[in-house]
Design a protein around this ligand. Sequence first.
Ligand code: TYD
Length: 138
Amino acid sequence: MDISGIKMYQFNPHGDDRGQLIALEGMISVPFDIKRVYYMYDTAFGARRGRHAHKNLQQILICVSGSCKVLLDDGTKKIIVNLNRPDEGLYIANNVWREMYDFSSGTVLMVLASDIYDESDYIRDYNEFLAFVKRGNE
Ligand code: TYD
């Protein structure tokens, strides 16, 4: 994808006549050790989530049910990705601003994270994010 720190992963379903099953293993199907999993559901109509970047955390977003859009911004370029497949994972490296929106009703957005929750790893102010990325590139 034409933005740094972003990659779409295609997961292999184990399908048979009973249906589909996807297994995800740290350092095998995703490029980091999975230390935390969380998921968003019952998202309010029109809600916008995320609106932050991480200094160190890596994540993979999987829309296990339903659909949503993700705006990604590396401080230079912005792209919008549609997530609507349970067999696709959107990898987001650190230093990428993300906003999730346009959740369809019933959407479950699951996130695999490379570390436990740490509020000090968040950058929640967009101008601070731009300054942080600029400093890193100097
Ligand atoms: P928040 O960071 O606002 O979610 P978003 O991903 O949309 O930016 O998180 C909502 C609340 O949940 C907030 O009080 C922090 C808490 N939280 C945890 O306790 N652990 C976690 O792993 C996450 C992601 C959030």
